[in-house]
Design a protein around this ligand. Structure first.
Ligand SMILES: [Ca+2]
Ligand SMILES: [Ca+2]
Length: 280
């Protein structure tokens, strides 16, 4: 029965995030090492990752929470969302994503999903309002392979993109007297820096449209994610558990709150039109 409410929530989010549609997508090439070049990359498809509302309190409107996330890349996708063949990915090298997202609770509502007159679910709506994300390339020369159970190897390697979260909308429907639930989030991050020897325009569609060189720069990244608790099969005991990682390590004290998170990301060459405005 929760699914009905969840579908409504998803629909409202799709509608809300539709305000961000029509931005100019970045479609370009990625370079891994000196020899490999992959063209027409439009989306990044991340493996099922671990997520955690870290300093979680019973959500109240106006309160903030910190959300932790780590995952490794599953595939580079073209504009048709087909996986591109990437020799050596998750073998000779890996791409990882680590994030600390600041979220503001904007709505907390209770719902009688089962229809028996007793509220049985809590619907929480939140806005990502800040925080940092990093995309890292690790050829294992100074990092280790990502390992979900221990949380090691996600925050090491070489930074290829540094992002600041600026806008978004998310919701989570949690069953009463349970930590089970599911939700979705759409989020925009501003690119503070990226490695232009890894991501290059000029071979993909951006160049073929004949636009100016500066307009081929990656300026924003959109992330769309689905969150489900419990977290199996991506339970972890720590986030950013790296010897020389980008974030300090954070042990997990709240296993029931862990979530499994599926993320897709897309690069933009322009700012979102409605940046800073309400997404709903
Ligand atoms: Ca009920
Ligand atoms: Ca690594």
């Amino acid at each position: 029965m929760l699914r009905g409410v969840f579908c409504l929530v998803v629909l409202s989010l799709v509608f809300a995030s539709g305000a961000w549609a029509g931005e100019r997508d970045w479609i370009g090439s990625v370079h891994v090492g000196s020899a490999e070049i992959l063209d027409d990359v439009a989306f990044l498809d991340w493996q099922l990752g671990s997520g955690l509302p870290y300093n979680f309190q019973p959500p109240a409107v106006g309160e903030q929470s910190l959300y932790l996330f780590q995952a490794q890349l599953r595939a580079f996708l073209d504009s048709e969302r087909s996986a591109l063949p990437a020799a050596g990915l998750n073998d000779a090298y890996e791409i990882t994503l680590v994030a600390q997202v600041e979220e503001l609770f904007t709505e907390v509502a209770f719902a009688d999903v089962s229809g028996d007159g007793v509220d049985d679910s809590m619907l929480v709506t939140m806005r990502p309002i800040g925080g940092k994300m990093y995309i890292l390339l690790d050829d294992f020369s100074n990092g280790v392979p990502a390992h979900t159970a221990s949380g090691q190897g996600f925050g090491d390697g070489q930074i290829i993109a540094e992002l600041e979260i600026v806008e978004g909308v998310g919701t989570f429907a949690q069953r009463a007297e349970s930590t089970d639930g599911e939700g979705v989030t759409s989020m925009i991050a501003k690119v503070l820096w990226y490695d232009d020897s890894f991501f290059t325009a000029g071979i993909g569609k951006v160049k073929r449209k004949g636009k100016g060189k500066g307009k081929d720069e990656i300026r924003y990244v959109r992330f769309d994610s689905v969150h489900v608790a419990p977290a199996a099969p991506v339970e972890t005991t720590a986030f950013f558990n790296d010897a020389n990682g980008i974030f300090p390590a954070i042990p997990v004290h709240y296993p029931p709150l862990l979530q499994r998170v599926k993320v897709f990301s897309q690069f933009w060459t322009t700012a979102p039109v409605r940046l800073g405005e309400d997404g709903d």
